[in-house]
Ligand binder design. Sequence first.
Ligand code: ATP
Length: 320
Amino acid sequence: MKRIGVLTSGGDAPGMNAAVRAVVRCGLDRGMEVYGIQRGYEGLIEGAIKEMDMSSVGDILHRGGTILRTARSERFKTEEGQKHALNVLSAFGIEGLVVIGGDGSLRGGLELSQRGITVMGLPGTIDNDLGYTDYTIGFDTAVNTVLSAVTNIRDTSSSHERATVIEVMGRHCGDIALYAGLTGGADNILVPEMPFDINKVCKKIIQGKNRGKMHDIIMKAEGVGVDAKELAQMVEERTGKETRVVILAYLQRGGSPTAKDRMLASQTASKAVELLYDDEDSKAIGICGSEIVAYDLEEALSIKRPFDTDLYHLADVLSK
Ligand code: ATP
């Protein structure tokens, strides 16, 4: 394959730039022409495509966000939109595409691959919600960002002897809450994969209070079926402990990617280019243990993400 494209789609994630850089530089190293597509599938439909060279990806490795920018495209979900995208790819002579994004973006890639374009999907999302890979690009940075916020909140929470509900991203997958909660020593971790029990939350807070604990951190993923402010009110009413709410929101999406995210982005992107160069069929690329893996794209998207109950129980034991 001689001519390939790369796009970032869905929510941005730290490490997307590292992935774009590696696609471009590994592609050029193999003598390929690499085209950058702006604003995800929306830009593809509009023909916002530009040839990339070594210097177009210079000085971006350490930057959060994505230089290609990203978008969510309703048009691309229609048959007409997809046909339009294929026509644009054909006009540029692009035979293979690297799609960097979450579950939806990779599903969009599957639609294109079923219409004759080879698509290599890279897991670019902070949510860590893809079943076929242990980790996604951006997850580690997001966890570290939340961890740093927990450390700061803990200081003021202790000084005022308060409880704090910290709401983090994760509509269906509680991994950010779980990882940041465990490593940040949260007293309660609430995730969409486990049942919410207000009595369990309050019991832990009261037990902590009885043994002289100064602060309480309740780490809550946004997908847990209770509003953060209502939760704080319930905790305050039932424990008598002043309870505040901090919603971290988009703060979690930005920032310079960690070494782990840069490594994952660079290695998965390199694999994607190698597979395109070898004229392989469409794949989703990820990591299993310490190994970079590539699965058939459709099969990869059918794998349901298992929730790590062992880690969840460990967090519970450590915060008793
Ligand atoms: P994040 O995890 O950050 O939400 P994502 O890639 O899952 O990222 P989505 O908004 O679900 O984000 O998808 C991004 C884009 O991919 C959509 O706006 C749409 O253009 C395309 N897309 C999503 N699902 C499909 C689908 N089933 N078929 C075709 N295209 C899709």
